[in-house]
Design a protein around this ligand. Structure first.
Ligand code: PXP
Length: 238
């Protein structure tokens, strides 16, 4: 039974559309905790397009569940992480022009830099998870960085569900989990998961945490955040 991390960037995206004070992701984080989420995920992007520094600082203070701080492996963000001291950092690739995090890290290509950042963060007691595509090459490179965890990108699986042909992508996830577990990595997964496609992912043996954002906040607009988180908890914790 995986844990559920709720990504609340999307609350901040609505606020930033008007550059105003509402809706406040800090309040959203508290509601997610009360509704049964196991963790809060928040991505502070270099361009500050949704989450702001103040959000991360306050969320750190008010929640009593795990904070998973998503960030690019830059010196600026390493400094932020050391100030905030989340339980976990998930390192993600960041491109200014993308709508959301579109693909996993190419760990092999940046292995020296990622290893350096992993060393600093884990040396300060923060578990590091690398967001990667479910490919053996990326898992092997992740192991070499010394990271304790990986987050498998479920975007392709989610897209394949929309087309009704998900078996191949599901199998890729299952194989990737097996390889990572054999190497004693903690395995998380996320991106593009919805109320419709989450059950099969939640059922994969070995996945410890699912990180889900858009679909929960989209439903919250219609039915309220407490109910949308509870609906997801019911599907993830089967
Ligand atoms: N995991 C990571 C690493 C992400 O970057 C995101 C999107 O911010 C998510 C999970 C959540 O994706 P979604 O909003 O599609 O549920």
């Amino acid at each position: 039974m995986p844990r559920l991390g709720v990504n609340i960037d999307h609350v901040a995206t609505i606020r930033q559309a008007r550059r105003t004070f509402e809706p406040d992701p800090v309040r959203a984080a508290i509601i997610c905790e009360l509704a049964g989420a196991d963790g809060i995920v928040a991505h502070l992007r270099e361009d500050r397009r949704h989450m702001q520094d103040r959000d991360l600082e306050l969320i750190r203070q008010v929640i009593n569940i795990k904070l998973n701080f998503e960030m690019a492996a830059t010196d600026e963000m390493v400094e932020k992480a050391l100030g905030i001291l989340p339980e976990q950092v998930t390192l993600v690739p960041e491109k200014r022009e993308e709508l959301t995090t579109e693909g996993g890290l190419d760990v092999r290509k940046q292995i020296r830099e990622l290893s350096r950042v992993v060393g600093i963060l884990q040396g300060n007691g923060i578990t590091v998870s690398l967001f990667i595509d479910p490919e053996e090459e990326q898992i092997r490179a992740s192991i070499e960085t010394g990271a304790f965890a990986v987050e498998l990108h479920t975007g392709r699986y989610a897209e394949s569900c929309l087309k009704g042909k998900f078996e191949k992508e599901l199998r890729k996830l299952i194989t990737a989990v097996e390889i990572a577990k054999k190497a004693h990595l903690s395995v998380n997964a996320g991106h593009g998961l919805t109320y419709q496609n989450v059950a099969l992912a939640a059922n994969i043996s070995g996945i410890e945490e699912l990180n889900i954002g858009h679909t929960i906040i989209a439903r919250a607009v219609l039915v309220g955040l407490e109910r949308s988180v509870k609906d997801m908890v019911a599907l993830v914790k089967i």
